[in-house]
Design a binder for this molecule. Structure first.
Ligand code: DAH
Length: 339
């Protein structure tokens, strides 16, 4: 038996294989339950006691040699594969970087959630519009400069099809499709033919809010604005309304918030005034209600609209609006979203 074992050890020692199948056959032949080594262990019972020590040692050596051979062959095969693919499968993987939300999305979601708390639900409208929804139904006079080629990107003329210049166009769609009362917020991308600079872009983002019901008053507008400003910029924030003009609201106003950096004392962000201009607003002009088939004797409403870029710039102290559109990861990964 000792000779048999020695012969097997040398046979196993010189064995080589080039495929996984050959290795498996080798393993089955020698190391499986019905293999050569198991058979020898079976015979071991019949060995006279005085030979047991020597043969037992040889048998154990045989088993470790066979196991080591299988491992060595598998490893060699794996390294050979690596040589072929150039991949080292034992190296740790590349870490996957977490993405981050775009600062404009963060600010948009924050604004929408404030209005959601007041019962405003989200509506969205098309970016390609006709003259009616973007201008006429919003009481823009025929000769209003905003209709001019210089501001508006026209896609077709007569009848005019254009890229909407403000999210106010969605107000018109909302009045067409929703029954009263209406309480909606509308985020959207808008387009104006402006030279691109640190303060202006031909594409930017707006959020519009529209509330129409019986007995909606300017006090409701003012209270909504106060709540909104405190939620967005902090509880110490104050607002002021300056008279303004928009074709679709009467009276119209622009809202400033007290500068959150200098708390109203005057700094270079608020240009020494202590106030920052945030949005346009007003009571929906009765002409607009009438143009959109709403009984102007029974219903009143307010509307407001703001630029998301401007608010994000103020919130984060960003000085150049173009950064929002360059998608430089070093810029984008600095912002973390609460929502
Ligand atoms: N549409 C205006 C603009 O783009 C913003 C605006 C002003 C919207 C007053 C309103 C509003 O709803 O009431 O400049």
């Amino acid at each position: 038996m000792l000779d048999q074992i020695k012969q097997l050890i040398s046979e196993i020692g010189s064995f080589t294989a080039t495929t996984p199948e050959e290795i498996e056959q080798f393993r089955i032949k020698h190391l499986s339950k019905k293999g050569t080594i198991a058979a020898l262990f079976d015979d071991f019972k019949n060995i006279p006691n005085e030979q047991k020590k020597e043969i037992g040692k040889a048998l154990n050596e045989l088993k470790t040699t066979a196991l080591a051979k299988v491992n060595e062959l598998k490893e060699r095969l794996c390294n050979a594969d690596q040589g072929k693919t150039g991949l080292d499968l034992t190296l740790p993987g590349d870490p996957i970087k977490n993405g981050s939300r775009h600062p404009l999305s963060i600010v948009k979601n924050e604004i929408l959630s404030i209005f959601n708390k007041l019962g405003f639900t989200i509506s969205e409208g098309p970016e390609i519009e006709d003259d009616w929804h973007n201008f006429s139904a919003l009481n823009f006079p025929e000769e209003h400069p905003a209709r001019d080629m210089q501001d508006t990107f026209f896609i077709e003329k007569n009848p005019d099809i254009l890229l909407h210049t403000h999210t106010s166009s969605v107000q018109v769609r909302d009045m067409e499709t929703h029954s009263l009362p209406i309480r909606l917020v509308t985020p959207g991308r808008v387009f104006r033919n402006e030279a691109i600079s640190a303060r202006a872009h031909c594409i930017f983002h707006q959020i519009e809010a529209l509330y129409i019901d019986e007995n909606v008053s300017f006090a409701d507008l003012k209270q909504t604005l106060t709540y909104f400003a405190k939620e967005l910029f902090g509880p110490e924030t104050r607002i002021r309304l300056r008279p303004s003009y928009f074709p679709f609201t009467e009276p119209s106003a622009e809202m400033d918030v007290s500068c959150s950096l200098c708390h109203g004392e005057g700094c270079n962000v608020c240009k020494g005034t202590g106030w920052l201009e945030i949005l346009g607003c007003g009571m929906v002009d009765p002409n607009v209600l009438e143009l959109n088939g709403i009984d102007k004797e029974k219903y009143t409403g307010f509307a407001l609209g703001m630029g998301i870029e401007r608010i994000a710039m103020l919130k984060y102290g960003i000085k150049d609006l173009r950064l929002f559109f360059e998608n430089d990861i070093r810029f984008l990964e600095q912002f973390t979203a609460a929502i």
